[in-house]
Design a protein around this ligand. Structure first.
Ligand code: ADP
Ligand code: MG
Length: 467
């Protein structure tokens, strides 16, 4: 049974205090004015009781839906103390229910896997299984603790359920792209096993909408994060004061090259299996205008950027004036070293959601795959220079070597990409420069707001790009 109206109000009030304390809550910069239940689906399990909720968070008149499954226990659960939401009384209760974040409660999460296996329809929720997928039924779940904007559960080291927290109407591109790549049997992603979607009431229109809630994919047991691998190589280089990037044991260029090749393979399958089209003058002009607007807004905010603004703008003019169409396709949209993992079998690309800040409609717009190449090139630059900021400020010798590492691995990535794709991305210098500039401009805004000490990293890149 759904929660009775007064109880639903109590839950909403309880969540208004709890949501802003959660890492994945995106609205921490503004107060929460109210929370409403937009859907409430009791799951078929008795102990604990589990309510799958979609709640609408009101922040200054802006409404955002979040997914919040809750488990209700009759007794306090010490093991769940860290995800306690509060306590709840229902009419006639002699004692309260103890309410927890159900995703951390393995007694509650088992039902998600059984519902998936049964391809169940449970009121507002629909569970799907990818053809031929085997699910690790009966395995308990644990929550992945890495920093992220969603909540991911791993069942028995076999499957990972990524539960989207902030919701949007429509199909999440992570599911759409993984589905296409899995059907094409691409070995460069973690295969899709299933997904959950559901419906809730749109807070602005009062009408029902549906959208993706969660994605089940194969868990890559031997995965090591690309960022961790890359920065370990950089640390090795710094430790070997007299050696160059190509001479130290931790040289990364072979990995960078294989990562470039894997990226090109993924792009090729995405082009084959998902929408694609040539980007003509209208699209290119729109692309350049968008880049120009982001640059202007950033220069407004970040004074150090202003000296470069005019020079950088020319890169964008060139895009608008291109006299030939550019191949457009679906892209990753947020590719960097933290979105790729190295397994014993090679590189795998993760997280095709696109830039989470962008509305869904913008994240599926056809674009040049060079956007992803540029994202990865910027990431190599960051990996090389981030330790300088934290461990070696003002050491010109190490700074020189950091740039050498970045150059070596950026080149290796492009060479690997070129070994698979028809063209070397470096031959598309004008477009690649524009995408890299756009990304570095975004980084200056991010650093200005969050880590002013790091601003030097994107500014040095823009200095080079403006030249
Ligand atoms: N299928 C998987 N197998 C193993 N680890 C994974 C898998 N998917 C994600 N991870 C780990 O979780 C992290 C976050 O995953 P990601 O899909 O990027 O989530 P988010 O959208 O929250 O960034 C990854 O960097 C990786 O370390
Ligand atoms: Mg990610």
């Amino acid at each position: 049974m759904s929660l009775a109206a007064p109880v639903a109000q109590d839950v909403a009030d309880m969540l208004a205090g709890w949501l802003p304390t959660q890492r994945w809550f995106a609205g921490k910069d503004r107060p929460v004015d109210g929370v409403r239940l937009l859907s409430d689906t009791p799951l078929p399990i008795e102990q604990p009781r589990v309510h799958h909720l979609v709640v609408g968070v009101d922040q200054g008149g802006q409404h955002t839906p979040y997914q919040v499954p809750l488990s209700l226990h009759e007794h306090p659960q010490e093991r769940l103390e860290h995800v306690r939401v509060g306590e709840l009384w229902e009419p006639g209760d002699a004692s309260p229910h103890h309410v927890y974040d159900a995703l951390h409660d393995k007694d509650a999460t088992a039902v998600l896997l059984t519902a998936l296996a049964a391809k169940a329809d449970i009121e507002s929720l629909r569970f799907h299984v990818e053809e031929g997928a085997r699910l690790p039924l009966g395995q308990p779940s644990i929550v992945l603790t890495v920093e992220q904007s969603n909540t991911s559960l791993v069942y028995g080291e076999a499957a990972l359920l990524k539960v989207f927290r902030r919701l949007a109407a429509g199909v999440n591109p992570d599911i759409e792209v993984h589905d296409a790549l899995t059907r094409a049997r691409s070995p460069y992603v973690a295969a899709l096993l299933g997904w959950i979607d559901g419906s809730w009431t749109d807070q602005d229109t009062g009408r029902p909408v549906s959208g993706s809630l969660a994605m089940l994919q194969r868990f890559l047991r031997t995965a090591t994060d690309g960022w961790a691998l890359a920065t370990t190589s950089v640390r090795d280089l710094y430790a070997e004061a007299d050696l160059h990037a190509d001479e130290v044991g931790g040289d990364f260029a072979g990995e960078a090259r294989r990562l470039g090749a894997a990226t090109a393979q993924v792009h090729a399958v995405m082009r084959r299996t998902l929408p694609h089209a040539q980007l003509g003058p209208a699209e290119l002009s729109r692309l350049a205008t968008g880049m120009r607007q982001r640059l202007d807004a950033a220069a407004e905010l970040v004074p150090d950027l202003r000296p470069y603004a005019a020079g950088l703008g020319t890169a964008y003019d060139g895009v608008a004036e291109l006299d030939r169409p550019v191949p457009g396709q679906r892209v990753h949209g947020d590719l960097h070293l933290g979105q790729v993992v190295r397994t014993v079998l090679g590189w795998r690309l993760l997280d095709f959601e696109g830039e989470p800040e962008k509305p869904l409609a913008e994240r599926v717009v056809l674009d040049s795959p060079l956007r992803d190449v540029a994202g990865m090139l910027r990431s190599f630059d960051y990996a090389a220079h981030s330790l300088l900021v934290t461990d070696h400020p003002d050491d010109p010798q190490i700074a020189y070597r950091a740039s050498e590492w970045a150059e070596r691995n950026r080149a290796a990535f492009c060479a690997g990409y070129a070994s698979v794709a028809a063209r070397d991305p470096r031959e598309e210098a004008l477009l690649l420069r524009a995408y890299e500039t756009d990304k570095a401009v975004y980084e200056t805004v991010y650093e200005w707001r969050n880590r002013p000490g790091w601003l030097g990293i994107p500014l040095a890149a823009l200095d080079r790009l403006a030249a």
